[in-house]
Design a protein around this ligand. Sequence first.
Ligand SMILES: C[S@@+](CC[C@H](N)C(=O)[O-])C[C@H]1O[C@@H](n2cnc3c(N)ncnc32)[C@H](O)[C@@H]1O
Length: 284
Amino acid sequence: MNTDINVNKPAPFVTGKRLEIFNLSTEIKKTIQALEAGKPVLIADFYSNGVLLLKELHQYLKSKMPHKTFQEQREYRAAYHKLSNLILLEIINYKIDVKKAPGIGWLEKLYTGNTNFLLTFPQVQGLNSSWQWYQNGISVPTLRNKIHPYYGVYFPTRFDHLTVFDNWLKRYEGPKKSAIEVGVGSGALSFQLVGHGFQKVFGTDINPNAIIGLTEFMGDTKLSRKIELDHASLFGKWDKETELIVFNPPWLPISSDNDRTDAAIYYPEELFPDFLLLQKNDWL
Ligand SMILES: C[S@@+](CC[C@H](N)C(=O)[O-])C[C@H]1O[C@@H](n2cnc3c(N)ncnc32)[C@H](O)[C@@H]1O
């Protein structure tokens, strides 16, 4: 495991305020009023109480706010986001402290040493679905083995581009000493390169979780000697010439309309000029 970079994870909820408690004997209307007043609410007894409260919150906001136009839907989502992120669960010894809660291995893996803290219900839901993807793995048509995406790392959900790349690799007749992959993510393209006989792949990613996840996944298998990783932007520390450069980049421009920060999807204006410039300086 790469230990000198910090993993991205949902930040524990910290509050000086007294927590309101929600269970089946609490009046839902009062709880929603508390949320609207900015008071954090702790889910008690059963995990399903949290699911119920979220459902009621949706219904309440739908009845209160119009949500037809794009702008109205945006405002509705913002209100839901704000209030749902005040609904909390307590984590004790890496377990969610209510009955019938899902077991989420990320709690121990990502919060080692932190045995008592609060997370919001949406954060827990995100961790839970990520844990399912990670544990069950994802079958990719161009790879023999499943990929196991680490928490917070992009993974392919459509495979056309992987098939196109695979067909291209099948026909590629040049040397296969080494390749660079910018933005390895969960490793799908790097695994393809190795599968098609590339001896070395040098990969980078600005997302620490991509590097941590792939390092853990490869362990000290043969693969770990073929794929070397650097937590860095663009070409990182790799400055030697390679036969191939691969980059499946983020595809939407960051704009003032979307303050999204997911670097797997949104790219800053300078990304492509920098990528092309670095290639030109280093290799032409
Ligand atoms: C669309 S995803 C592709 C991931 C993977 N290569 C695949 O095809 O499944 C883009 C990846 O590029 C990474 N990325 C974005 N900007 C980057 C940069 N400047 N340098 C290195 N990686 C970057 C993101 O973190 C993300 O993992």
